[in-house]
Write a protein that binds this ligand. Structure first.
Ligand code: SAM
Length: 268
């Protein structure tokens, strides 16, 4: 029997990125504004029937599930999350409380399963990807989208590198995130036997007032107290980074939004 209070267990939900934080909905909106254009482009090029059953796993604040239901008015759009508080008022979607790490769906139930900005944070990511593949019917699609922090770790700017490394370490140690996993997505889909695999990427920069810049700033601000508490950064580091980001001459690649898709082979 576990003696740990579930509210104290490590992981995404109880971390500084969890939905209980006051600024969380606004932070999720910045992620949506940065990521939705890539996701919409990818879905626009997939050959999908009008009438279909779609799953958005870990749907967050639901902009993409809502977009799917508008784009496919005859579809059934199921949006799940371990914490569904931001999904309740979106027309056209069915909301289900579901823990991707432990809960399942019937085999071959969906025409398409979409998972965005979730698996990088869950230590069970490989198992979830394997199970999510089984939820797709033969001929259906799996679309996995995630973020890589590789560009920020490669920066030549020493201050930005220090901030990026601290954020990377915090995500890894306090949540179990793997912020380079997304770089391997096409291979991961291939290992699951998917066919017609493709991928597309979008560079996210900071210092340019772009949607990615707003997402990076909101996430770094939310992480600030934990970064200080764990001694990974000082307040001077965070203040200096804020000045650097605001300076007219600074802009750098910070992250890559990666979208990868593949089709479950038809049965013979
Ligand atoms: C970074 S947000 C991404 C939200 C959305 N997919 C998007 O891209 O806009 C991650 C979401 O996953 C949810 N989540 C975290 N752990 C989960 C789990 N084990 N099962 C299902 N959802 C989970 C969080 O509550 C949060 O809404």
């Amino acid at each position: 029997m576990s003696t740990t209070d579930p509210a104290e267990e490590p992981g995404y939900t109880n971390s500084y990125l969890g939905d209980q934080h006051a600024g969380q909905l606004a932070r999720m909106r910045t992620l949506e504004r940065a990521f939705d254009p890539l996701s919409q482009t990818v879905f626009g090029q997939l050959p999908l029937p009008d009438k279909l059953t779609l799953l958005d796993l870990g749907a967050g604040a639901g902009s993409f599930a809502g977009w799917l239901s508008k784009r496919h008015p005859d579809a059934t759009v199921i949006a799940t999350d371990i914490d569904t508080r931001f999904l309740n008022d979106i027309p056209g979607i069915q909301v289900v409380t579901h823990n991707a790490a432990t809960d399942d769906f019937p085999a071959a139930y969906f025409d398409l399963v979409h998972v965005r900005a979730l698996l990088c944070h869950l230590p069970e990511r490989e198992d979830i990807l394997t199970r999510a593949t089984t939820w797709v019917r033969p001929g259906g699609w799996l679309v996995i989208e995630d973020l890589s922090l590789r560009p920020s770790l490669r920066t030549a700017n020493p201050l930005f590198r220090k901030i990026a490394q601290a954020g990377f370490t915090l995500l890894e140690q306090s949540i179990g995130s793997d912020m380079l996993w997304a770089d391997t997505l096409p291979d991961r889909l291939g290992e699951r036997g998917l066919c017609n695999i493709g991928y597309r990427t979008l560079e996210g920069r900071i210092g340019d007032n772009s949607p990615a810049d707003a997402f990076w700033a909101a996430t770094t601000a939310q992480a600030g107290p934990t970064l200080l508490k764990l001694g990974l950064l000082t307040q001077d580091d965070l203040d200096a980074m804020a000045r650097l980001r605001a300076s007219a001459t600074f802009t750098e690649a910070a992250l890559t939004f990666i979208s990868a898709w593949g089709q479950v082979p038809e049965r013979d």
